[in-house]
Design a protein around this ligand. Structure first.
Ligand code: ATP
Length: 348
């Protein structure tokens, strides 16, 4: 049987890393059939819309998609396609694993193995911003929604994951000393789910986002599975990516009850787009997550092993990771890195 997966190349370095990812998946011989679908700022120019109905229909039909980054301008301009897709398909779990790779020079911290569960569909990412002219100039009013239901569903996914993967502890991160009602609602919902998982440890005292950020930098080995709200999850994702080598190596998934969309944590990296030097590792590792989800765990493991081999060999490094290799190491292109991974797969 073949599994059909929608592939959205996206903007910036998206098409380059998506092509690399497809080559690697094809090399595993996993029975994946790709349906290419457009979305992003470049699609706006060609199709007159950021997210064509045909793309939405394809995701709806296949229930499985992998996407490259799509551009969201800072400040004014169009809203995020990711936020729209997460909302539309109720992809309420943002799942992001951060694992140390065997870089020759090591990373900021070795032995990081953290899995972050980010609430993906509510909070500040789903709030209205109203601008008024007040007595002292422009004023923005925001009103965000945080529901017990969303935290229950997220916590359930995190505890289930912890049990399935033999993880020891789930930690809820909030800002309950300032946002007391929101903190109370999320805490209560989390505790209700935690009570059903006596075999998994969880934090009884609140862990605040500020303290958690410092702990992650100083002693990440104390954190195992993290559960947190949408915006905190976004910020902690980049922090955790920094711990394991940078945005070029951090994969991710957006998962709902029926649909799932896999994507790297990084954005469009416009500064290097079109130059053939982007690191495709994050999207390739996202594809491994997709293969796990689609029922091809053997192929997923082979991809992770091949990546570890290539990283550990010290011979193939894209520019974003140059600091993790000895000075003077030859920097490779996206294609060279991809070929090295495929070569490792052929010999696995
Ligand atoms: P966004 O707002 O969409 O998150 P951003 O510009 O803030 O985008 P990214 O595009 O994710 O952030 O990346 C920031 C920088 O990190 C890029 O400019 C690029 O130099 C580097 N970078 C990110 N991803 C990669 C990658 N896959 N390969 C190489 N460099 C990368």
């Amino acid at each position: 049987m073949t599994t059909t997966v929608v592939c959205i190349p996206g903007d910036g370095i998206g098409p380059e890393v998506a092509a690399a990812m497809k080559t690697v998946v094809q090399t595993t011989n996993a029975p994946i059939r790709w349906v290419d679908a457009p979305a992003g700022a470049e699609t706006l120019a060609t199709h007159g819309t950021l997210l064509p109905q045909s793309t939405i229909d394809a995701i709806d039909r296949c229930r499985l998609a992998i996407k490259g980054p799509t551009r969201t301008p800072k400040g004014a301009g169009h809203s995020s396609i990711n936020v729209e897709l997460r909302r539309r398909f109720d992809l309420h779990v943002g799942l992001r694993p951060f694992r140390s790779l065997p870089f020759p020079q090591g990373t900021i911290k070795d032995n990081v193995d953290i899995v972050l569960f980010r609430q993906n569909t509510e909070g500040f990412y789903d709030c209205r911003e109203d601008v008024d002219l007040g007595p002292d100039g422009p004023e923005v009013t925001m009103s965000a929604r945080f529901t017990a239901l969303a935290m229950k569903r997220l916590a359930e996914s995190a505890f289930l994951f912890a049990r399935k993967h033999g993880r020891k502890k789930v930690t809820l991160i909030t800002k309950s000393n300032i946002f007391k009602k929101w903190g109370y609602v999320y805490r209560n919902a989390f505790d209700m789910i935690a009570a059903n998982y006596p075999d998994i440890e969880h934090n009884v005292d609140d862990v605040l986002i500020d303290a958690a950020s410092m702990n992650l930098v100083m002693s990440p080995e104390h954190l195992d599975v993290i559960v947190t709200e949408n915006m905190f999850g976004d910020i902690l994702s980049d922090l955790c990516a920094g711990l394991v080598g940078g945005l070029g190596v951090a994969p991710g998934a957006n998962i709902g009850e029926t649909h799932a969309i896999f994507e790297a944590v990084h954005g469009t990296a416009d500064d290097i787009a079109g130059k053939g030097v982007a690191n495709p590792m994050a999207l390739i590792l996202s594809a491994a997550m997709m293969l796990d989800h689609a029922g091809y765990p053997g192929e997923a493991v082979r991809i992770r092993t091949a990546i570890n081999e290539v990283v550990g060999s010290g011979h193939f490094v894209t520019g974003d990771l140059r600091k993790l290799y000895p000075q003077g190491t030859h920097l490779c292109t996206t294609k060279e890195f991809t070929t090295a991974v495929c070569w490792a797969l052929h010999h696995s």
